[in-house]
Ligand binder design. Structure first.
Ligand code: ADP
Length: 412
């Protein structure tokens, strides 16, 4: 039916022999089409309204009973909620509260508050609500393995009449994750300040010494300046690593994987670190098969491997070696960096990928000048690729760091 106006329009236009007729024909065609469409659509609309049941337009929406609404809200609430009366007995609770007090037999209703928790401040907070009729708020921490922190807010409920039993409602907001993040932030800030303070103190001390006359001490003045430069460089590295890590964690860094020939990348990195390895008497052995490829972001893979090989040189023994190898592990490629150093004890191995964690803090900062952020960056970058970084170590034999990377997906 909808094609009829088009046929009319085509017919009128076809009859036209010159442009003017064509224009007129087109106009008439359009007007006919317009009228036709209006008619058919109004018919459609009226048909639709005719189809409606008679009472539908007037039917009033049934209001949901407040009790039903309240029950639905309480059940779906993620926060635990208990209602306590003046005798400190539970008179109401929701499923989330049942989970918080899972050590108590259900139902909670009828139980004394002391059966739910022995925490004195919770009792006192409810007492304040009854005594002063005031809202109050406390932070509580649960005991046991699954430690959680709650922000508990208590408010007295309104009473219709004087004889009614007085009750107060307590809502438990789980702030464990917020609390954890806050602790991480504080720890991070205090670590950064501490790490910056050490080289800064050294710089200030040596500047003062130079000012106090050592600048004219031809034998030592250059040595003092070198110490100052080294410490300033350390601060620089620390700030760069911190910014890099925050950028990765904030999701501001993206990786663009391409197929990379691993053997030649390892050769390039070994060349860059050759002077350092030679100075430490360490041999770098590239055992990656020439044909091995991995799917990764070139710059980021270079950064990860440079970090691991640099560590393997730093924490090695004199005349030791660093061996780089490749293996294929199901859906993943893996790159191994093995050294012949003193190894890492299991209690440290679990933690060395944490920011600022160092096995021997004093030695690391004094002798090798590390920031303690290198492995944290490696782990984050490996995860950004969808892979993982790990370590296996044996005391006095050395450590092997592994980067696993997902293989390139091939079209089926
Ligand atoms: P940095 O090297 O700057 O101190 P990293 O995050 O790279 O920081 O390493 C953290 C710590 O892990 C080092 O301080 C060191 O104690 C330990 N570590 C890293 N690599 C090795 C290794 N190959 N052998 C032994 N210990 C290592």
């Amino acid at each position: 039916m909808r094609s009829i106006p088009l046929i009319i329009w085509l017919f009128v236009s076809w009859q036209a022999e010159d442009l003017l007729w064509l224009a007129l024909g087109a106009t008439v065609g359009i007007i006919i089409s317009f009228l036709f469409i209006r008619r058919t659509s109004s018919a459609t609309i009226s048909k639709t309204s005719d189809d409606l049941p008679e009472n539908a337009a007037n039917s009033a929406i049934e209001p949901v009973a407040p009790r039903v609404l309240l029950a639905a809200m309480m059940t779906s609430l993620r926060e635990g909620m208990i209602v306590v009366n003046e005798e400190m007995r539970i008179v109401g609770s929701n499923p989330a509260a049942n989970l918080i007090f899972s050590h108590v037999e259900l139902p909670l209703e009828g139980k004394r508050l002391t059966e739910l928790t022995r925490n004195l401040s919770v009792h006192q907070a409810f007492e304040v609500a009854f005594k002063n009729g005031e809202r109050n708020e406390i932070n509580i921490e649960t005991r046991g393995d699954d430690k959680r922190t709650f922000d508990l807010r208590i408010a007295p409920l309104r009473f219709e009449s004087e004889n009614e039993t007085r009750t107060a409602i307590g809502i438990f907001y789980d702030i464990s994750e917020l609390d954890r993040l806050e602790k991480v932030r504080q720890e991070f800030l205090s670590n950064v300040s501490h790490e910056l303070r050490t080289p800064l103190t050294a710089i200030l001390a040596f500047v003062e010494t130079l000012e106090d006359g050592a600048i004219n001490d031809a034998e030592n003045n250059l040595r003092f300046l070198t110490v100052i430069r080294k410490n300033a460089e350390r601060m620089h590295r620390l700030i760069n690593d911190t910014l890099e890590l925050s950028a990765i964690e904030a999701g501001k860094i993206t990786v663009e994987p391409t197929e990379i020939n691993l053997a030649s990348l390892v050769t390039d990195i070994a060349d860059n670190l050759a002077a350092k390895a030679e100075a430490a008497g360490i041999q770098i052995i590239n055992q990656v098969p020439v044909e091995a490829t991995v799917f990764a972001d070139l710059d980021r893979l270079e950064q990860m491997l440079t970090n691991l090989i640099d560590n393997a040189i730093k924490f090695n023994r004199p005349n030791g070696s660093v061996t780089i190898n490749y293996c294929s592990n199901g859906e993943r490629d893996c790159i191994k960096v093995a050294d012949t150093g003193e190894g890492i004890l299991p209690e440290h191995a679990e933690r060395i990928f944490e920011r600022f964690y160092r096995v021997d803090r004093a030695r690391t900062t004094r002798e090798v000048g590390g920031t303690g952020l290198g492995l944290a960056i490696v782990k984050h970058l490996a995860r950004l690729h969808g892979g993982e970084a790990s370590v296996a170590s044996e005391a006095n034999k050395g450590s092997t760091f592994t980067i696993e990377l997902p293989k390139k997906k091939t079209a089926i």
